[in-house]
Design a protein around this ligand. Structure first.
Ligand SMILES: Cc1ncc(C[n+]2csc(CCOP(=O)(O)OP(=O)(O)O)c2C)c(N)n1
Ligand SMILES: [Mg+2]
Length: 365
């Protein structure tokens, strides 16, 4: 378990990686015991399996032409489930776009996720998920929002509240990343920056993204305590996020986690990774799959699976199909509704453009 004494052993400046279990799920230190109860670990396994099943089905809906696009989460889900367990109701979730399990834990419905990827504005209007920002498509721009939220939490003296902000490895090359880190550091804002280093930004490999030793050192440069963690090790990432949140809410300010992982699927459903990475690399990372490792630990510790995996998947598929049907049966958006959200009172020029559109499409549709 990380604490103020042990954290020094994992300095990013020495390129240390925080890990608790090996690739087969066995503890690296035989005396280690997880903080979570056997029941909580079984639940985490179910949540991970559910998120994975929903993610695979989303890809399949898109392939059937029923959704415009989708960014697969396959291989990165331990980070999302661990963050879902650490994020509290009063905390803010500032997503990138590839952290489905955390959205679900915060109360976003699959119907809303599917609506978003079907291009519907209401997919960003979460009915039962307070304090979740919508996806901000320009990479890293969400981190500025996160630092602003962190500043406001501090300014308003909100207790026991933090911001969980996600970004990818590619996002660390954007100016917004650096501005957000600097601002959060200077104002000691309670923001937990989670970099999902899945080693690719579409086709750009991490070696072409940065000359830095790792991504966690970028936090050190701004005076933010930072840690590089095995993001496919559910227990390590869970513990790191617990420590990060404790630091943030105790007034110590921002924390940065580089979660090392691998995007096992395509960048989005419009991408073909076989064009830019080898089958050998994919096979090597399949051995570190987070679900496989979590199950490996459960087997090692003698916890049974809550039910046979194929039965769980079959029951999840029914629920997921229902959510997708709800998204498909949702009322169509009006084509002129792009004009509706920016201004309380539409400026004359936009009124003219709106009328032109209505004329062109033959009335409001
Ligand atoms: C400012 C900006 N530039 C380019 C894009 C197009 N784009 C979308 S995702 C992406 C790669 C992001 O890579 P990374 O940050 O590593 O996240 P990952 O997709 O691997 O989760 C790019 C270049 C964008 N959305 N915004
Ligand atoms: Mg990436």
């Amino acid at each position: 378990m990380l604490n103020t004494k042990t954290i020094d052993k994992y300095s990013p400046l020495a390129d240390k990686l925080y890990q608790l279990i090996d690739d087969s799920g066995h503890p690296l230190n035989k005396n280690w015991k997880p903080e979570l109860s056997p029941e909580a670990i079984q639940q985490a396994y179910k949540d991970l399996l559910f998120a994975r099943t929903a993610d695979l089905m989303a890809v399949s809906y898109q392939r059937q032409g029923r959704m415009y696009t989708y960014p697969p989460n396959l291989g990165q889900e331990a980070i999302h489930i661990a963050a879902g367990l650490q994020i509290k109701e009063q905390d803010w979730l500032v997503p990138a776009f590839r952290e489905l399990g955390t959205w679900l834990a915060k109360g976003v419905s699959l119907k809303e996720v599917f609506l978003y990827f079907k291009g519907h504005e209401d997919g960003s209007r979460f009915e039962n998920a307070p304090r979740v920002l919508p996806v901000s498509v320009p990479i890293s721009s969400q981190l500025l929002h996160a630092s602003g939220l962190g500043y406001s939490i501090k300014y308003q003296n909100e207790k026991d509240t933090a911001v969980f902000a996600f970004v990818g490895d590619g996002g660390t090359s954007e100016g917004d990343f650096h501005e957000a880190l600097n601002f959060a550091a200077v104002w000691e804002a309670p923001v937990i920056f989670v970099i999902q280093n899945n080693q690719f930004a579409i086709s750009v490999p991490i070696e072409m993204q940065t000359k830095s030793l790792n991504l966690a050192v970028k936090g050190i440069a701004y005076g933010i305590p930072s840690l590089k963690v095995d993001g496919n090790d559910f227990f390590a990432i869970y513990d790191a996020l617990r420590y990060a949140r404790e630091q943030a809410v105790s007034g110590k300010g921002a924390f940065l986690i580089e979660a090392l992982t691998f995007r096992a699927g395509a960048h989005t459903t419009s991408d073909d990774p076989s064009k830019y990475r080898s089958a050998e690399l994919e096979e090597a990372w399949a051995l570190k799959d987070p679900l496989k490792r979590l199950k490996g630990y459960m087997e090692y510790a003698g916890f049974p699976l809550p039910a046979p995996e194929d039965e769980l998947i079959a029951s999840f598929k029914k629920l997921i199909d229902k959510e997708f049907e709800a998204a498909e049966n949702y009322p169509q958006y009006r084509l002129d509704d792009v004009f509706d959200y920016m201004y309380a009172e539409l400026p004359d020029e936009l009124k003219r453009q709106k009328q032109n559109l209505i004329n062109a499409i033959g009335g409001v549709k």
